[in-house]
Write a protein that binds this ligand. Structure first.
Ligand SMILES: Nc1ncnc2c1ncn2[C@@H]1O[C@H](COP(=O)(O)OP(=O)(O)OP(=O)(O)O)[C@@H](O)[C@H]1O
Ligand SMILES: Nc1nc2c(c(=O)[nH]1)N=C(CO)CN2
Length: 147
């Protein structure tokens, strides 16, 4: 993860990268949490860049590949299989841009449901806002409310 963040900071037209501490969490599978699967380390980076979102995503995929990520097949973020992986770089939001292109859904369609996304995001940006959802602190509090 450290090497991937270094690669991110070295991308052309990337001016600043501010990254959270990594947090460990149980693997979330489509059926729910799976404590038997390898745990994940998640971090959120706030990137200041003049790269267009689709170009940035292309670079994220290149960084994943450089660090050994093998994609089993082409699929969209709407139909996840969620196999274990060595590195996964997702674009959670890009300012207030909204996109329904399956190759780049913005904001990330599952971000609001994921404690392991909202928690580290809030740690690097206490005033973070998820477009279409609202403040990240409020979204995280709702997620953590007992049902
Ligand atoms: N916001 C986004 N960030 C990253 N990939 C996205 C996004 N929106 C759509 N995609 C597409 O989703 C495809 C699958 O991405 P990936 O394998 O990283 O999904 P995943 O990490 O397994 O699942 P999840 O998206 O739920 O975290 C990518 O090829 C990419 O084109
Ligand atoms: N804990 C955890 N679970 C996951 C994660 C992740 O980043 N952290 N990512 C997934 C698909 O990208 C599926 N499951």
């Amino acid at each position: 993860m450290t090497a991937a963040i270094r690669d991110l900071a070295r991308l052309p037209l990337v001016d600043e990268v501010r990254v959270s501490e990594p947090i460990e969490s149980v693997a979330l599978k489509p059926e729910g949490p799976d404590a038997a699967a390898p745990a994940y380390l998640n971090a959120v980076a706030i990137v200041t860049t003049r790269l267009a979102p689709s170009v940035l995503l292309g670079y994220l995929h290149a960084i994943e590949q450089r660090h050994g990520r093998v994609r089993s097949e082409r699929r969209s973020a709407r139909e996840p299989g969620w196999e274990d992986r060595t590195l996964d770089l997702d674009l959670i939001a890009y300012g207030d841009v909204v996109s329904d292109d399956p190759a780049l859904l913005l904001p990330h369609p599952r971000a609001a449901e994921r404690d392991f996304v909202l928690g580290p995001w809030l740690a690097v940006d206490p005033d973070a806002v998820l477009p279409g959802v609202g403040r990240v602190d409020a979204a995280l509090a709702r997620l953590r409310e007992p049902e």
